[in-house]
Design a protein around this ligand. Structure first.
Ligand code: SF4
Ligand code: SF4
Length: 350
C-alpha cells in the first residue's frame, strides 16, 4: 500500500475532500498525554483527512432564520460521515495487513475525562487525546489560523477532521504553514462570545515548526456555542427574557459551560424541537463565517463561489435585557393584576 494508493481510495472511493500524512517523528516532542505514540507505540504514520462543511449550512444562522441545517449538516451529520470515512479507510489499511487506529476528537478530555489516581509503575494516564488540528498541520493539510481553527488551502476554516494512526510507513506530505491566515482579526471582531483574544497568543511548536494562535477562552465559546449568549440566541431570550449573562464577565471553564448548557437545554422549547441535546447556536460567526468570507474575498483559498457569502453586518440582540418585567414581558408574579391569565385561567403569574 503506497501513500498514493491510500489517498486515491480515500478521495475517489470514500469521497473525502483532503488527506495528508505525517511521519510519527513529527510528534517526537509531544507531551505524553497528547502523543499518538502513547495511544499506539508502533505507529509509523499519522493520517489526517477532511470532509468539507457545505457553505450553505451557514446561511440560516447568518440570516437569523434557520438553525437546524448547520447542526445537522455541519455538526452531527457531518461527524457521522467523518466516522464512516474513518471506518472505510481503516478497512482499506487493514486489508493491506497494517493496523488502523482511529482517534476521534475529544479536545477537552483532560478537563472532562476519566478521573482517578495516577497509574502506578510509570504507566500512562487514561485520558490521552491527540489534537486533530495539530495533527492536521503535521500532515500538511493546512495551518491553524489566529482563531485556532484549522484553515486549509481549499476550504479555509470549513471542514471537520478525521485521524488514523497506522504502522504502515507511508510517504509523508510537507508541512505548509503561514500561507492562509493574514491576521485580519475579523474572527476576533465578529466572535459574539468575546472568546478570541485579539492580542494574547500561545506559541505551538511541533514537527520542527512553531506558530501562534490566540489564547482562546473556551468557556465563553462554549456558552455562546450552546446558545446561552443573548446577543446571538433569540431562543434563549424568548425563554429567559430577563436573564443578563454578560459574556465579557464570564470566567467559566469549558466543562462548566457544557454542564450549564445541558442543564438549561430542556427549558428552551425551540432547542428541544431541534434536537435531543444542546446544539450549535452560535454558528461560528467569527471563527468560521467571517474568516471564510474574508478568505474568499481575498482569494486566499481555492473553493470560490459566484457570489460573496454576505456583505451584511451580522445581526445582534442587545446583551442587556430591558429594565424590568414590565418592559421585557418576562414571567411575572403579580397577584394585583386582574387580567393576568395563564392557560386560560386567572393566575398570579403571567
Ligand atoms: S479571520 Fe483573519 S485573523 Fe482570523 S483566522 Fe481567519 S484569516 Fe486569520
Ligand atoms: S464558535 Fe462562536 S463563540 Fe466560539 S470562537 Fe467561534 S465565533 Fe466565537
Amino acid at each position: 500500500m503506497t501513500s498514493q494508493e491510500l489517498k486515491d481510495f480515500a478521495k475517489n472511493v470514500v469521497g473525502v475532500d483532503a488527506i495528508g500524512i505525517a511521519p510519527i517523528e513529527r510528534f517526537d516532542g509531544a507531551p505524553e498525554y497528547m502523543s499518538p505514540r502513547t495511544v499506539f507505540p508502533g505507529a509509523k504514520s499519522v493520517i489526517v483527512f477532511a470532509r468539507r462543511i457545505i457553505r450553505g449550512c451557514y446561511r440560516g444562522i447568518e440570516r437569523g432564520t434557520h438553525w437546524p441545517s448547520y447542526q445537522v449538516f455541519a455538526y452531527s451529520g457531518l461527524t457521522k460521515l467523518v466516522h464512516q470515512a474513518n471506518y472505510r479507510i481503516g478497512r482499506f489499511i487493514e486489508d493491506h495487513g497494517y493496523l488502523s487506529v482511529p482517534c476521534p476528537p475529544a479536545a477537552t478530555l483532560k478537563e472532562a475525562g476519566p478521573r482517578g489516581p495516577v497509574p502506578p509503575g510509570g504507566k500512562y494516564p487514561r485520558d490521552i487525546n491527540v489534537s486533530l488540528r495539530i495533527a492536521a498541520v503535521m500532515a500538511g493539510l493546512g495551518e491553524m489560523g489566529w482563531s485556532k481553527v484549522l484553515l486549509t488551502p481549499q476550504f479555509g476554516p470549513r471542514q471537520r477532521l478525521g485521524l488514523i494512526l497506522t504502522d504502515a510507513e507511508l510517504e509523508p506530505d510537507p508541512i505548509r504553514i503561514g500561507r492562509i491566515c493574514d491576521r485580519c482579526k475579523l474572527c476576533v471582531r465578529d466572535c459574539p462570545g468575546n472568546a478570541i483574544d485579539r492580542d494574547k497568543g500561545n506559541i505551538i511548536t511541533a514537527g520542527g515548526v512553531s506558530w501562534e494562535c490566540n489564547d482562546l477562552k473556551v468557556g465563553k465559546c462554549k456558552l455562546t456555542h450552546f446558545g446561552l449568549n443573548r446577543t446571538t440566541s433569540p431562543h434563549f431570550v424568548k425563554t429567559f427574557p430577563g436573564i443578563y449573562l454578560p459574556m465579557e464577565e464570564q470566567g467559566n471553564t469549558w466543562v462548566e459551560g457544557w454542564n450549564f448548557g445541558h442543564s438549561l437545554f430542556s427549558a428552551v422549547p425551540t432547542w428541544k424541537a431541534f434536537s435531543a441535546y444542546p446544539i450549535a447556536i452560535c454558528g461560528a460567526r467569527g471563527c468560521i463565517i467571517s474568516c471564510m468570507n474574508h478568505l474568499e474575498k481575498r482569494r486566499r483559498i481555492g473553493n470560490i463561489f459566484r457570489h460573496d457569502f454576505t456583505d451584511e453586518k451580522p445581526w445582534r440582540i442587545p446583551e442587556k435585557p430591558p429594565r424590568g418585567h414590565e418592559d421585557h414581558h418576562g414571567f411575572v408574579y403579580d397577584p394585583e393584576n386582574p387580567e393576568a391569565m395563564s392557560g386560560g385561567v386567572k393566575s398570579d403569574w403571567y
